[in-house]
Design a protein around this ligand. Structure first.
Ligand SMILES: NC(=O)c1ccc[n+]([C@@H]2O[C@H](COP(=O)([O-])OP(=O)(O)OC[C@H]3O[C@@H](n4cnc5c(N)ncnc54)[C@H](OP(=O)(O)O)[C@@H]3O)[C@@H](O)[C@H]2O)c1
Length: 285
């Protein structure tokens, strides 16, 4: 059981919830951020911000002081080697367990960085828990809120494919649980929501929760890329999204597991829970 946990990407979608849950469990949560003075808004009370940057190894030693557990996230754009070097440094200074935020199916896809990072951690001198998460519900506001607010539309090229959306708050709760409870050594968990929904069904959940009609637009891939690029998104990000939504379109994102319920002793949050709790993100002024 870890008592002092360094959470990387602590101001991010999942990390902030890991921090909150660790504090609730009475653990010491060190919130790793490149900007410890400015991280206040993203972090709840009780977290201790610490300067940490994967790209600046000179920050690693002080961030790892007194740490026995690590919540490891690969932020977008950080090279795999940086992450594995840091994991090795953590093992060298005595960190006993690592929970790594991975993605559903990583074990079957040798082409993605998560696969190789998992392999590295499996061979490292530290106990690991791989949290292979499905698509986060929170992408719906972090990436697509503007379409909903301005056009009452969710517009992604996912066809009729279903996705087993998982709520990032549940992923964060699992992260804190596996680091602070006994067991969970050298394991992998597949974290999904309770059901797989098509984007038509997601739009219906939005309509009910927001009290106005939200529709699902299923653009062609070129039209989606053109629109995302025109709205200022980098081409690389648009292409990444095409990959994700094509996976859903092909019916490869719909696997539902019972791991979240088993680990948290309660059902995972639904998309309806998510839209209700984040409704302000989708309201018009
Ligand atoms: N989105 C999905 O549906 C999904 C599903 C499954 C798995 N995943 C995986 O989840 C991971 C991302 O997690 P997330 O969405 O919680 O992260 P996120 O919201 O993208 O947050 C990234 C955080 O990383 C920090 N960061 C950026 N560059 C850094 C650096 N050089 N050194 C240290 N920290 C840095 C930033 O914090 P500061 O600015 O405070 O430093 C930022 O808040 C990815 O590996 C992704 O593949 C995502």
């Amino acid at each position: 059981m870890a008592e002092t946990v360094l959470v990387t990407a602590a101001t991010g979608t999942v990390g902030r919830h890991v921090v909150t849950e660790l504090v609730d469990r009475g653990a010491t949560a060190l919130a790793g951020t490149r900007d410890p003075d400015g991280a206040g808004d993203a972090l709840s009370g009780g977290a201790r911000p610490v300067a940490f940057d994967f790209e600046r190894p000179e920050t690693w030693g002080s961030a790892l002081e007194g740490v026995d557990g690590l919540f490891l996230v690969r932020p977008p754009g950080v090279a795999r080697g940086r992450l594995t070097d840091f994991a090795d440094a953590a093992a060298r200074v005595g960190v006993g367990r690592v929970a790594y935020l991975s993605t559903l199916g990583a074990e079957r896809n040798p082409l993605i960085p998560h696969h190789r990072i998992e392999r590295h951690l499996a061979d490292a001198a530290v106990d690991h828990a791989f949290l292979r998460a499905s698509f986060f519900a929170q992408n719906l506001h972090e990436v697509h809120a503007r379409d909903v607010v301005e056009r009452d539309e969710i517009s992604v090229p996912a066809g009729d494919g279903a996705t087993s959306f998982v709520d990032a708050r549940d992923v964060g709760a699992v992260g804190a649980a596996v680091l602070t409870e006994r067991g969970h050594r050298n394991v992998a968990y597949d974290l999904t929501g309770p059901e797989a929904l098509t984007y038509d069904e997601v739009a219906a959940a939005f309509s009910d929760a927001l009290g106005r009609r939200i529709t699902y637009g299923d653009p062609s891939i070129p039209a989606f890329i053109r629109r995302e690029y025109a709205s200022g998104r980098p081409l690389g990000f648009a292409l990444l999204m095409v990959g994700v939504y094509t996976t859903a379109r092909l019916g490869l994102a719909d696997r539902v597991t019972g791991d979240v319920e088993r680990l948290l002793n309660r059902p995972p949050r639904t998309i309806r829970d998510y839209v209700r709790d984040y409704a302000d993100e989708f309201r018009r002024e």
